[in-house]
Structures are given as structure tokens and as C-alpha cells.
Write a protein of this length. Structure first.
Length: 138
């Protein structure tokens, strides 16, 4: 869930209460910006991770941006070493070659969601002014 801490929260709260449709449109727009930026930042091998990045509306003014690919958490946060437990070896493909290893070392993080959120957070004040403050003056 995207959460913003804004100076002048009382002013913001009055706009949120007076113009819920505008605020919902604003939060949806921010969530879409995060999705677009995350898809731009993610490294692509098969495209499955990029295709899994989406957003859902949880409730009015609340959107969840997520990557549903099984390996998304390991790409975003990295992972420690992996050792074969149920079989004799791990099987994987590297540059078209099939490799078998008993264990592999850690994989570093390659974040895409967190940087996308930080980028969108920087865009938020200007977008809020354009979508809520100015359109809300009716």
C-alpha cells in the first residue's frame, strides 16, 4: 500500500473529505506511475516478472502495487545461498547451458518496486496540486 506523510495534513484532510473522487483519481494515478516505473526498472530475462507487475484497488483511495511472479521477492530483496536438499543437485540454465550445482551463492538484490515508489513519491506533490487542489475548486 502506498502511504504518504505530508506536511499540512489538516489541509490535505479537508481536501480529501471534500473531494474523495479527486483524491481517488490522484492515488490511482500515483499507483499507475509506480507500476510504469517499476516495469521500466525491472531487469528482463523472460519477461514474466515485468508482466506480473500490476495494481489493484483495495478500497476507495487505496491501491496496492504488486509483483506476483514467484521470484519477485528475491529479485527485489536478494537472497542468501541455496543448497540442494531433496535432490543431489540444483538445475538451472545460464546463457543457454544447463548447469547442475550442489549449492549456489547468494544473489544480490536488484530492486525495482522500492525505487519506483520513491520516484513516484517525488512526483506526488505536483500531481496532487494538479489533480486535487486545482480541480477541486468548483
Amino acid at each position: 500500500m502506498i502511504t504518504f506523510h505530508v506536511k499540512g495534513a489538516e489541509t490535505l484532510r479537508s481536501h480529501v473529505d471534500r473531494f474523495p473522487a479527486d483524491v481517488d483519481r490522484f492515488t490511482q494515478h500515483i499507483a499507475l506511475l509506480v507500476v510504469e516505473k517499476a516495469k521500466e526498472l525491472v531487469r528482463v530475462k523472460t519477461g514474466a516478472l515485468r508482466r506480473s507487475i500490476d495494481m489493484i484497488r483495495v478500497e476507495p483511495r487505496h491501491y496496492l502495487v504488486r509483483a506476483t511472479a514467484r521470484h519477485a521477492p528475491w529479485v527485489e530483496r536478494g537472497r542468501g545461498p541455496v543448497e540442494a536438499k531433496q535432490a543431489k543437485a540444483l538445475r538451472f540454465e545460464v546463457e543457454g547451458r544447463i548447469l547442475f550445482r550442489r549449492r549456489v551463492g547468494p544473489a544480490r538484490a536488484r530492486p525495482f518496486l522500492r525505487p519506483a515508489l520513491e520516484w513516484a513519491r517525488a512526483q506526488a506533490p505536483d500531481l496532487f496540486r494538479r489533480t486535487v487542489l486545482f480541480t477541486g475548486r468548483r
